[in-house]
Design a binder for this molecule. Structure first.
Ligand code: PLP
Length: 379
């Protein structure tokens, strides 16, 4: 059986976790957290990076920092994970879903401005499959209407848009280090802050509403409860796991890219024959090989494809059911404009196994299955 995902592990994780235990500092914000945040700040040129307990809680922090009031609206795509939505619902906002582009599955930047009302406060672009949204257009709309931009870059670690790292372009950027992402710490994530504006409040929110971070820097002589807060900091054990991966981040990216390119070289010709579709990477976007997906003709063909591959021992999975048609989506939001592509394209998409340790032989099996299906009886 070729699994859809195998969590990444470089081999040094256990040693670093043992070091964290031996240091007798296993709660948050110790040496491994410091190393990871410094590495991320430096690699992506973010003003500040705060490790969090998940990509979801990084989004929660972005939503809380947006200072939303009841009735405020947030614009996001419907084709995304529930976390993109729940963060802003918890912070009190109404959701306004906008259609996606069929080529990248990202929010259609040309349909955003029409959804802006006098209650709109934030735009949340989701960089699907680590391929950037059209950020220049999105930033221009945000500036024109005085909106904040919170990037859901959960899948976009190491991707760029016209040379800028995803997660550092908007006011807030959110990474995920879940076991299904390119780099993992089990459960974990990071909030990236582009400039100084939100740093102090973010540190307070993350540390149960206290000014503990300032205290440890010697900027105040005692720490106290000063604002809203929660506990968003991961333990050193998780940070130690992540550190092993960040040390090898460039090699892991190269391996993943090689695997992505192997699929692409074998399967793009089938797409050129019109048998199915493969991912589109727009001009100016450098992706991180997070995902390789195909698009079938329709839902029925995708269902057949998944069971055909399962029969050959290959686990292929589909992705999100659009949020606007989900029970909670109906309750907390509305779709603005026409659902031209969200539902239709989401029903056609299927992801192929792709993970750090996938071997060329395993990929060959996947490729042979795809070819047998689309060139043979699946036509
Ligand atoms: C994975 C993911 C999240 C959530 O990240 P967790 O670390 O699992 O909480 C949010 N948004 C998108 C687009 C994701 O892919």
């Amino acid at each position: 059986m070729i699994d859809f995902n195998v969590p990444p592990c470089t081999g040094r994780e256990i040693r670093y976790m043992a070091e964290a235990v031996a240091s007798r500092k296993i709660c948050g914000d110790g040496e491994f957290t410091r190393r990871c945040s410094a590495w991320l700040e430096n690699r992506f040129q973010a003003r500040r990076v705060l490790l969090t307990t998940s990509g979801t809680t990084a989004l929660d922090m972005a939503a809380l920092l947006s200072c939303l009031e009841p009735g405020d609206e947030v614009i996001l795509p419907s084709y995304t994970f529930s976390s993109t939505a729940t963060a802003f619902v918890l912070a009190g906002a109404r959701l306004v879903f906008v259609d996606i582009r069929p080529d990248t599955m990202n929010i259609d930047e040309r349909k955003i401005e029409d959804a802006v009302t006098d209650r709109t406060r934030v735009i949340v672009p989701v960089h699907y499959a680590g391929v950037a949204c059209e950020m220049d257009t999105i930033l221009a709309i945000a500036e024109k209407h005085g909106l904040k931009v919170a990037e859901d870059a959960a899948q976009g670690v190491m991707s760029t848009y016209h040379g800028r790292a995803l997660g550092t372009i908007g006011d807030f950027g959110c990474f995920s280090f879940h076991e299904t992402k390119n780099y993992s710490m089990g459960e974990g994530g990071a909030l990236l802050l582009r400039d100084d504006t939100y740093i102090e409040r973010a540190e307070i929110l993350r540390e149960k509403g206290t000014n503990r971070a300032r205290f440890f820097r010697g900027q105040v002589d005692k720490y106290t409860w000063v604002d809203l807060g929660d506990s968003f900091l991961p333990s050193e054990l998780n940070a130690a796991y992540l550190w092993a991966q960040l040390e090898e981040a460039e090699e892991m990216l190269a391996r993943r890219m090689a695997a992505w390119n192997r699929y692409d070289a074998a399967l793009r010709p089938l797409a050129e024959e019109g048998l199915m579709e493969v991912p589109v990477i727009p001009e100016g976007c450098v992706h991180n090989a997070h995902m390789y997906y195909l698009k079938c003709k329709d839902l029925a063909q995708r269902t057949d494809f998944i069971s055909f591959m399962k029969g050959r021992g290959v686990q292929c999975v589909f992705h999100y059911i659009p949020l606007h048609s989900a029970p909670a989506g109906l309750r907390f939001g509305r779709f603005h404009g026409e659902d031209e592509y969200t539902t239709r394209e989401s029903e056609r998409l299927v992801r192929l196994p792709l993970f750090d340790a996938i071997t060329p032989a395993q990929q060959e099996e996947v490729i042979n299955g795809v070819k047998a299906f689309f060139e043979g009886n699946g036509k």
